[in-house]
Design a protein around this ligand. Structure first.
Ligand code: HEM
Length: 385
């Protein structure tokens, strides 16, 4: 699936004075490699209406950041996830969830995430070759978010399976997932603990507890974000490091570089390539004006490669002098999982490097990133010794 707006694909057309107009985001070739289109858009079409895709495209770093921070641009319907909330309820839900994903709560989770990373990495030790997507990236983030919520460890397999098919980062909450969460909610309402699910189950909004449906929605959002987006981001990160063995060797020698490497992967190859907004009013941006009611696609994948913001933007460089990225969005909806994902990626990489001293691509293997809304290699075939 390319886009929730179900675009029809059309070929690129001749523009004025024979200049070819850029292809649509809905073009299957663009999904295979969106970066040439991103460059064309940034260079000559900073605000472009992409009719087949059904949205106005913003591609420059400064414009994407401005759009994400603009209160006149809100998440388009349908949907009832976090990003669809605004103002009072949105602030209240952020205030509920964010303490469970940072500071002391995050520190308390570290040992469990390290253990999960260690077990997953050690399973690969006796193997000649392994697929890190199948055997590592799909599992570690699910295990981490299950632990953060205080769900039983045995739920990890179910959450990992949901992340493949049912749950996406900030996508809709399927009825089956909601039903499966209800017994856990009932248990936590009866016996609250110190975990994030208990916080949600005991929270009060306007003097009343959050209804089961609201708790299930929040939990499913966190499971989807934790599983799908983080798994894909981890896969893209490992691909970058395996493509740059000298930088990988440096991280082995100097583990304090781990976080910089993660940030650089998020800039160059973010897991979430675009977020959609709808204009509540005419919004001047990108040198033009988005009309009221229009849908805007903020191209995070393009923003990270903007030469006006990053020197030599296609290069992977963990010593980058101009770091920074919009991979987690910006403004009032900026991702709540930022420190959590850093911890997952850091512990994951540390465990893999400790367990697999000869970690490198399997002979002849090249990663093939796929997807446009979220993007990452579908497989990472490596030799382990
Ligand atoms: C590397 C992995 C991740 C990436 C790339 C990512 C990316 C994003 C992006 C781009 C947004 C902004 C969406 C928008 O503005 O419409 C967002 C929002 C959000 N993310 Fe993540 N995310 C990741 C992991 C997580 C994790 C692990 C969690 C929690 C367990 C999480 C929870 C959320 C929540 C709750 C929001 C909505 C915030 C709001 O609307 O106020 N994310 N994320």
């Amino acid at each position: 699936m390319l886009c929730p707006l179900e675009p029809a694909v059309r070929p690129a057309a001749e523009g004025p004075r024979g200049r070819r107009t850029p292809p649509s985001l809905a073009d299957p070739d663009v999904a295979r490699d969106p970066y040439p289109l991103y460059r064309t858009l940034r260079d000559g079409h900073p605000l472009r209406h992409d009719e087949p895709f059904g949205a106005w495209l913003l591609s420059r770093h400064a414009d994407v950041r401005a759009a994400l921070a603009d209160p006149r641009l809100v998440a388009p319907p349908p949907g009832r996830t976090f990003t669809h909330l605004e103002q009072g309820t949105h602030a209240a839900h952020r205030a509920l969830v964010s303490p469970g994903l940072q500071g002391r709560a995050l520190a308390a989770l570290r040992a469990g995430v390290e253990r999960a990373a260690y077990v997953l990495a050690r399973r690969l030790v006796r193997r000649e070759e392994a697929d890190l997507v199948e055997e590592f990236c799909r599992w570690l983030p699910s295990a981490a978010v299950v632990a953060a919520l205080g769900l039983p460890h045995e739920e990890t397999a179910r959450v990992a399976a949901w992340s493949r098919t049912d749950l996406t980062h900030l996508g809709a909450v399927p009825a089956g997932v909601e039903a499966a969460l209800r017994p856990h909610i009932a248990r936590r309402r009866a016996h609250p603990g110190g975990d994030l699910l208990s916080v949600l189950c005991t929270a009060r909004a306007d003097g009343r507890p959050l209804p089961d449906e609201a708790v299930a929605g929040l939990v499913a959002t966190l499971l989807g974000a934790g599983g799908e987006a983080t798994g894909r981001a981890l896969a893209a990160h490992l691909a970058n490091l395996l493509d740059h063995p000298a930088q990988l060797a440096l991280i082995r020698a100097r583990p304090e570089l781990t976080d910089a490497a993660w940030a650089e992967s998020l800039r160059r190859d973010p897991a979430v390539h675009l977020v959609l907004r709808r204009a509540l009013a005419p919004v001047p941006v990108g040198g033009g004006t988005v009309p009221a009611g229009a849908v805007v696609a903020c191209l995070l994948g393009s923003a990270g490669r903007d030469a006006a913001r990053f020197a030599d933007p296609d290069r992977y460089d963990l010593f980058r002098a101009d770091p920074g990225q919009l991979a987690f969005g910006a403004g009032r909806h900026r991702c709540l999982g930022v420190p959590f994902t850093r911890m997952i990626a850091g512990t994951g990489l540390t465990a893999l490097l400790a367990a697999l001293p000869g970690l490198a691509w399997a002979p002849g293997f090249r990663p093939a990133p796929e997807g446009l809304l979220t993007r990452a290699p579908a497989a990472l075939l490596v030799r382990t010794r």
